[in-house]
Design a protein around this ligand. Sequence first.
Ligand code: DGL
Length: 274
Amino acid sequence: MGCQLPVGVFDSGVGGLTVAKEIMSQLPGERIIYFGDTARVPYGSKSKETVTEYSRQIIHFLVSQGVKVVVVACNTASALAVDTMREEFNIPIIDVVGPGAHTAAQATKNGSIGVIGTEGTIRSGMYNKYIYNLNPDLNVYGKACPLFVPLVEEGWIYDTVTHEVARRYLSDFQGKNVDSLVLGCTHYPLLRNLIRDVVQEVLGAGVTLINPAVETARCLKQLLTGNDLLSGSEDVPEHTFYVSDSAEKFRALANSILPCNVIETKDVAIKTFE
Ligand code: DGL
């Protein structure tokens, strides 16, 4: 019998569900406990100290739920807080930036990579650091797209306003010849179709969009396999969803994103976990 403990996944809101969805697809036997910090979203405009403090509380909460591993399904928390969290907690922690950087370095053919993310992620320079570590000859261009997260949280996934915002942001890559664009915020894969169309309009054909979730789920699978922590279950598990505010709004959005039926979303007083 495998390890039946759940996998903890967290984000500032619904974005991390794009990672949870990929985990459900690659590891269908794993039970997920998801936390979305809807009371404090967005993380992207907040300081390293604040995002670290939020991440600490959330990991304490997930540990209290008995998780066997934590997946930081948020690029901002991955870029700003994961190093500290790995020092503080005695539990395996998977981030999304390392896997995203790895995928981008493998995908590019002309060596020119674009990264879009929150202000915190882009300012941290973590994608550049990881990608240069893998191959110092690659060029990385970052662009913060702070309006994308509230638009996604509002459900404006394919909307003329979102389209115009994307045009302004993505025009920044004109002349840089990027052939790979990392969706360096877990909210952005929800805008994938819109981003693909706008990229085609402003940058032309031939740009590959990279969703770090795919490689993140693969890393999780590798970690669980290597440590004999796979559930091994053939039954479809019942996942649990927690938020810090607006549970009903989250539940409705989650149901439009995930392949499973989210019947209930529970509120947690996250600040009490330290
Ligand atoms: N989805 C998160 C990320 O990947 C956070 C977005 C935010 O809260 O600003 O960066």
